[in-house]
Every structure is written in C-alpha cells, then in structure tokens.
Design a protein around this ligand. Structure first.
Ligand code: ADE
Ligand code: ZN
Length: 331
C-alpha cells in the first residue's frame, strides 16, 4: 500500500468543511441552468481560481445561490457525504451558511430538514456520518446572525425535522473590517439555546481577533486560526488548553493565497508547538481537493509518516463534539 492509498483509506473525521463548497461541478451547472442563473464561465477550472478570500467568497455565494429549496439541500447533503465517504471520511461536523437563502425567503426549517434528509440517506448507504454546524455569514451583519440563531433555537424547542443534526453554531465569510465581538449577542443566544460554538478567524485577521472569538464569544474551537502563530504567548495558551484549530492547509494556498506553496504553510510549526491543529479541506469541490489528498499532501510536504498522520487523525476525533463513548468508538 503506498502512502497516498493508505491515507485515503485511513478512517478520518473532518471538522471544517462547508457543505456548499462540496457541491459537485455537474450539480452546480445543472442547478444554475434550472434557476436561470448565469455563471461567468462554465469552465469550472477557470471559475474556481481565486486571488483572495473575498474573491473566492463571491464565487462561493454564486454556488450557494443555486440552492432554491429543500430538495436541493437534500441532494447537496446526500452527494456531499457520498463523495467524502469515498475518501475515508467516517464522521464530520459540517457547516452550512443559509443567510442569503433566508434573506431570499427560504425557511430555515426547510434548509435543515433537507440537509438532514440527504445526509441520512448517504449515511445509510455508506456508514459515513455527518452532523451540522449553522454558520452565521458575517457579511450579513450581527442582526441577521442573531435572527438565524433565534430561529434555530425555536426549531430545536419545537423538535423540528432534522434539527437534531445541528450540533453547533459558527460564523464564516469575510474577516475584512469585521469585528468578531459584534457577534457577541448571537453567540450568547446560541449558547443559551444549547448549541456548541466555533468560529472562523485568523484566515486573514490578526491573533487578537482569534483570542476574541474564544474569550468574548466563547468558541470552543477556532476554524483556520492561521495567524495564531504570530503570537507565541497565545500559541502556548491554546496548546496548554488543547483548544482545537480546524486548519485547512491547501485551502490557505488555493483560497486565501496566504503562502506560495504548501511547504511554506506554518502547519508543522503549529504541530511542533503542541497545538491541537487538525487537517481539513474547507471547500473541497471548489478547490479540487478531497480529504485523502489533504492528508497525503500534508504528509509529503512536511515529511510526516503514516503514524504521524494517524496521530493527527486521532486529534481530529478529540476535537469533535461527540460524547466520550462515541469518540472511543471512532478511535
Ligand atoms: N466560506 C466558505 N469557505 C470559507 C472560508 N475559507 N473562509 C471564510 N468563509 C468561507
Ligand atoms: Zn471555512
């Protein structure tokens, strides 16, 4: 067995993956046609090349806007889990970011029910499990974030279909000119409604913003957390407290353009500093990635052995929001 095959087959969890960013190219084109949505180009190799996070986000929003209702979300959830299962993913906590769909009149209950239905069908077929994290889209502002969280809490209290899949609340989208502290009320409401908390930060914002997400918003994990390495004191604290970072090394090259090549990524420095830094794909279909390749490229770029990658995979299990028995079952 060569390393790439072994790492593709290795049972892995994933904690940083946007379900919309897993949409198959064929599905994007089919749904865009059906909705009369003009793509700037149907050559997806061309469409899917980005100069910055914000440039990526404009294409991500286009892909998101092809999702018109519950059945589309169900198809997306189904295909997403099938595709990840083919690369050894056994469990995921996966983001969905419904702000623009809610603004366009879709019901949060339909989005959740659709995703949950599609995921359940793929789980039954593959054994690969996925739970959900409802992300606030920072571009829509704090009030929209609080509205989404409030509605999520109502769905939970009502026992709405599929809501048991939603374990937590996070936030994503642009970091430019956005103070994470402005989402404090939404995070408080999410915690009060019983949701776990995470948040994207430090993809292109300083370590002080990462600290705020943990200390002010109460996040248990940080998604990306890349700039943490610029603050050695904060690195020591995150390492001591085992605060998980859901790192997406190849995404940081292909989306954020943070480094010229994977070899320049601080991932090995993060691991060497004792950080609980997991490996994830972010938006695999929009960056031509899969979790097997993500593990393989990290191993090859940084000289990690198969055993090193097993340790990283086990750290992923530790960082999940599963209960201790469910974690043991994955080890
Ligand atoms: N939405 C989808 N992918 C994202 C990323 N890498 N950063 C912020 N928002 C996102
Ligand atoms: Zn992300």
């Amino acid at each position: 067995l060569d390393l790439a095959t072994a790492l593709d087959l290795l049972p892995k969890v994933e904690l940083h993956c946007h379900v919309e960013g897993t949409m198959r190219p064929g599905t994007v084109i089919e749904l865009a046609h059906r909705g009369g949505l003009a793509l700037p180009t149907e050559n997806l190799d061309e469409l899917y090349s980005y100069g910055s996070l914000d440039e990526f986000l404009s294409i991500f929003w286009l892909v998101q806007s092809t999702l018109a209702g519950r059945d589309d979300w169900a198809r997306l959830g189904y295909e997403s889990v099938l595709d990840a299962a083919a690369h050894g993913r056994v469990y995921a906590e996966m983001f969905f970011t419904p702000a623009r769909h809610l603004a366009g009149g879709q019901r949060l209950g339909d989005v959740v029910a659709g995703l949950a239905e599609g995921i359940a069908a793929a789980e039954a077929q593959t054994g690969s499990k996925a739970m959900l994290i409802a992300d606030i889209d920072r571009a829509f502002g704090p009030a929209a974030g609080l509205d989404m969280v409030t509605e999520l809490g109502e769905l939970r209290r009502a026992g709405a279909p599929g809501i048991e899949r939603v374990l937590g609340v996070g936030m994503d989208s642009t970091e430019l000119g956005v103070d994470p502290v402005s989402f404090t009320e939404a995070y408080r409401a999410a915690a009060a409604a019983g949701f776990r908390l995470t948040g994207h930060q430090g993809e292109n914002s300083p370590p002080s913003a990462i600290a705020a997400v943990v200390d002010v918003l109460g996040a248990e994990r940080v998604d990306h957390g890349l700039s943490l390495v610029d603050d050695p004191e904060l690195v020591r604290r995150f390492a001591a407290e085992r605060i998980p970072l859901t790192v997406c090394p190849n995404s940081n090259i292909r989306i954020a353009n943070a480094f010229p090549a994977l070899a320049d990524h601080p991932y090995p420095a993060m691991r060497a500093a004792g950080l609980l830094a997991t490996v994830n794909t972010d938006d695999p279909a929009m960056t031509d990635l899969d979790l097997g390749y993500e593990y393989t490229s990290v191993a090859e770029a940084f000289g990690y052995t198969f055993d090193d990658m097993v340790t990283i995979a086990l750290d992923g299990v530790e960082a999940t929001w599963l209960d201790p028995d469910a974690k043991r079952a994955l080890r």
